[in-house]
Design a protein around this ligand. Structure first.
Ligand code: ATP
Ligand code: MG
Length: 475
């Protein structure tokens, strides 16, 4: 049909309608008009009732249930939507035809996601279908459809499972952070000013940690049990936290182990510097500003608080006038610390590990380290033969060597920190020289043996002077 014909037909239809309306207005008296209007309205209502009824009938007979998860609810972002998005996005990437890659801020690398609107999933024998629907306003909603036979499984555990999986994938993709508290005199009104952070990229792992393998296994099992212990801690009514005390001479791997723990669990680290704060209430403020899934570390606890509750000065941090002021205002007390470990604040956060390190366990107040506060005491000690083998593998890619026998017997008689062994095994000028490094180590062990026999162990004192901290070193 031509355009002109269409316009002509439309024009004549409109003219007929106006004519009909004018005649209706003239011919029918008012009360009749009202009656007709009411009749038309009730017909429309009946029709919508029929519609609703038919919907119900269809729903009644349809075996499927749909649950919606909108992206925004009352203008607020729905975190369930994000977790579902991540879960579905990561699911079965291998099977997808279209994959979307993006690099998001705070993420470790490229994030790959399925770029398809529909995903099927099976959970405990129940088939479910996910579909993402976008409204005309651009609002997105995840719709979950399943047979009503699976209602109990889906609402009872599947949705929870999807949320937890999604959140854990999100956490894994996120870069870990190393936080350090700012001195309290620089704090502003924002919570953000309490801690500063950098990306935590320490390469330490339990695999490369040189220590007795049985002890290592025990620690790994303990960490595993803790991180999977959400239900357990709830059941026994305890806050979901665990304390470790790492003790041993300098250079035996205490800081290295903390980094390995953070890498293993994918937690952030809060390196708490007590000398930068003034009192217990600042301590509380700092701790309540930490996030869950984190390790809170106080290094050299014996140098930070003493039994009278006064802090001692820490190397190089304070100087001159500030020292005197500090002596007067020292108010971070042992009881403040104890409160922090098992007081009420711990209930406001979940999944936290607290670690104290010290070179002198004998100096610590028993109240601070009693079991229940520090759940596990881990001694990191001088290098034994098992630890040496791990270092030889790390540094020289070596499983055995003719000099291993000599080294084994020398290590039995000599106290040497893994840090010192590592230094001997390290490549010089980027060149690995296996024989040269082992020879150097043997010579150093023989020298120490003689020295330690002659003068007793003054090794600790010597190393104490050149202590360095792994975390601080990263700034
Ligand atoms: N058990 C170990 N396994 C692997 N490497 C180790 C170990 N102990 C020490 N090292 C090496 O020595 C360096 C120093 O160790 P680390 O800082 O962990 O010692 P520390 O026990 O924290 O000492 P301090 O008491 O002085 O803080 C590390 O960077 C690491 O390379
Ligand atoms: Mg250390």
């Amino acid at each position: 049909m031509m355009m002109g014909d269409t316009m002509g037909t439309f024009g004549s239809s409109m003219a007929s309608l106006f004519f009909f309306w004018a005649t209706f207005q003239q011919i029918f008296p008012d009360h009749l008009k009202i009656a007709i209007k009411e009749f038309l309205l009730s017909t429309i209502q009946q029709l919508s009732f029929v519609q609703r009824f038919s919907d119900r009938v269809i729903n009644f007979f349809s075996p499927y249930i749909v649950i919606s998860f909108p992206e925004y609810e009352e203008y607020r972002f729905n975190h369930a939507f994000a977790a579902i998005d991540t879960y579905l996005g990561a699911k079965a990437i291998g099977k997808a035809h279209n994959i979307r890659a993006s690099q998001v801020k705070e993420s470790k690398g490229l994030v790959l996601k399925r770029d398809e609107a529909k995903v099927t999933d099976v959970y405990k024998g129940v088939n479910v279908w996910w579909e993402i629907v976008t409204s005309t306003d651009g609002d997105r909603t995840h719709k979950l459809t399943f047979h009503k036979r699976g209602l109990e499984i889906v609402t009872g555990s599947y949705i929870k499972y999807v949320m937890e999986e999604g959140k854990s994938i999100e956490a894994k993709n996120k870069k870990r952070k190393l936080f350090t508290n700012n001195p309290s005199y620089t704090w502003g009104s924002s919570k953000k000013s309490l801690w500063r952070h950098i990306d935590f990229e320490h390469p330490s792992s339990f695999q490369t940690l040189a220590m007795d393998p049985v002890k290592k296994e025990e620690i790994l099992n303990d960490l595993e049990a803790f991180s999977n212990g959400k239900e357990y801690y709830k059941k026994i009514g305890k806050a979901w936290k665990r304390g470790y005390l790492l003790y041993g001479p300098p250079g035996t791997g205490k800081s290295t182990m903390i980094a390995a723990m953070a890498n293993h669990l994918n937690y952030n680290i809060y390196d708490l510097e007590l000398t930068a704060i003034q009192n217990n209430s600042e301590l509380r403020k700092l701790l309540t500003a930490t996030s869950s899934r984190s390790i809170i570390v106080i290094e050299d606890i014996d140098c930070s608080v003493d039994l009278t509750g006064k802090r001692k000065k820490r190397d190089g941090y304070l100087s001159g006038k500030k020292d005197e002021e500090d002596e007067n205002q020292s108010k971070v007390t042992l009881s403040g610390l104890l409160n922090f470990i098992d007081g009420i604040w711990s209930a406001c956060g979940q999944e936290r590990i607290i670690i104290f390190t010290t070179n002198h366990i004998e100096k610590l107040d028993p109240a601070l380290i009693r079991r229940g506060r520090m759940d596990m005491h881990i001694e990191l000690s001088y290098c034994g033969f098992e630890a040496f083998k791990v270092l030889a593998k790390n540094y020289l890619d070596l499983d055995s060597h003719r000099m291993f026998g000599d080294i084994e017997s020398l290590l039995k008689e000599t106290k040497i920190a893994p840090a010192d062994v590592a230094e001997k095994l390290m490549a010089k000028n980027h060149k690995i020289d296996i024989d040269g490094s082992l020879k150097e180590l043997v010579e150093s062990l023989e020298k120490r043996k003689k020295h330690q026999r002659g003068q007793g162990d003054d090794h600790k004192k010597k190393l104490g002077g050149k202590k360095f901290r792994v975390f601080r070193g990263l700034f």
